[in-house]
Design a protein around this ligand. Structure first.
Ligand code: FMN
Length: 388
């Protein structure tokens, strides 16, 4: 669990802090809020104290009224793992860039050696003002991090750049910064999602994989500092990775995997690759007469990669009805894998299309090293912990 100091400044987007607190708390982080005087015009300390379940700080000279041995701004900056300023005004960016420490929040930032992340929100002209731009560039050069605002409807009624980024992205970037970079210098290749085999120009056969497991694995590998190549079948979940390749059929996925194989240190085969392909008929098959599909087995991608693996680590997935250890052990051996993740798809609300998985991980000796259910996001951490 990390301790995050959330600095809130005087922007109309201050209400977004409520969502940010909730989402960071859901992921087991403790939040301490520090408000500027202007921020209190937009959001109350009571709301923030209630949501964060912690006192809210706003007074630089608290010590003169409530004597304690601790100097508040030093104590708060020393005891946090990261400082997130969301929303961040043009004013606070300017003050920090100029070395000004004239209230509690700016003094905490100035006294801190912890990572500082700004999520700016402001009117488009303010964001594009060369002074603000110069301040942002100066801070970036000094190692401060930014989640750049996006285009959107601004409080002034204009549509343009300056809208604070989505909570999901702010939370993700915050957690990225907190993560130890344990996979730095590692190249990770992830195969994800379902494949499709075309029957004719409009129809295809596929499976129920959503691509969520691969998506969370890619996010987690990125957060741990890896370079990630993500090869995915048809999905709506696209992680922010170094290389993203979209494929359709099992044969496409095979070719993309082989092309990226040499580069990779770790290969995670989380895709639900179709076991059969079908001889495609061009045009649209008429529904008027019965037809038989001629199904042919596809190539086993992981078996091929496993045979050529050298000193790479290869992790396979096996969707099983129940916890079929023996079948998984046979696959582990035949495909020359380092781990196999058994995904039990027999339980309702787990597996395909769900946000939850129920998994068992076997090591290369076939021994169970992890067993448990949970969100695909949390299990992605467990899987990467095992790989590490
Ligand atoms: C309704 C309203 C909305 C504002 N929204 C923003 C904003 O989104 N971004 C910004 O940089 N300043 C905004 N300001 C101006 C800041 O509140 C002002 O610059 C203030 O001095 C910032 O103080 P602080 O950085 O110490 O919180 C807004 C002001 C008002 C009255």
């Amino acid at each position: 669990m990390a301790k995050i100091l959330l600095g809130i400044t005087g922007s109309i987007a201050a209400y977004k802090a409520c969502d940010i607190i909730r989402e960071l708390k859901k992921k087991d982080n403790e939040i301490i809020c520090v408000l500027t005087a202007s921020a209190k015009e937009f959001i109350t300390p009571l709301t923030l104290a209630t949501l964060s379940e912690n006192p809210v700080y706003d007074d630089m000279f608290y010590l003169s009224k409530n004597y304690s041995l601790k100097i508040q701004h030093i104590d708060l900056s020393r005891n946090s793992d990261l400082i997130l300023i969301a929303p961040a005004t043009a004013n606070i960016i300017g003050k920090i860039a100029s070395g000004i420490a004239d209230d509690l929040l700016t003094t905490i930032i100035m006294a801190s050696k912890k990572p500082v992340l700004f999520a700016p929100a402001m009117n488009e002209n303010m964001w594009n003002n060369p002074i603000v731009k110069e301040n942002v560039e100066k801070l970036k050069k000094l190692g401060y991090k930014f989640i750049e605002p996006k285009k959107g409807l601004l409080a002034c009624g204009d549509y343009g750049e300056g809208h604070i980024e989505d909570t999901e992205k702010i939370v993700r970037e915050t957690l990225f910064l907190l993560k130890k970079k344990t996979l730095k210098n590692k190249n990770v290749l992830i195969l994800s999602g379902p494949t499709i085999e075309k029957i004719d120009d409009v129809r295809y056969i596929t499976n129920a994989s959503s691509g969520k497991t691969g998506y969370f694995l890619a996010n987690e590998a990125k957060a741990r500092g890896a370079k990630v190549t993500f090869i995915t079948g048809k999905t709506v979940f696209f992680p922010d990775v170094d290389i993203l390749e979209k494929v359709e059929s099992a044969e496409d996925m095979f070719k993309a995997a082989v092309k990226n194989f040499d580069w990779a240190d770790i290969i995670i085969g989380a895709a639900a690759v179709g076991d059969f392909t079908v001889k495609k008929i061009s045009g649209k098959i008429s529904r008027k007469k019965e037809i038989k599909l001629d199904l042919k087995p596809t190539k086993d991608i992981l078996e091929f990669l496993g045979k050529n693996k050298q000193n790479k680590k290869i992790i396979g997935f096996s969707a099983e009805v129940g916890n079929n250890l023996n079948r998984a052990r046979e696959k582990l051996k035949r495909k020359n894998l380092d781990f196999i993740v058994i995904n039990d798809i027999s339980r309702k609300n787990y597996g395909f299309e769900s946000d939850y998985n129920n998994i068992t991980i076997l090591n290369n000796k076939g021994k169970v090293i992890f067993k448990g259910g949970g969100t695909k996001e949390n299990l992605a951490c467990k899987i990467l912990d095992c790989i590490e």
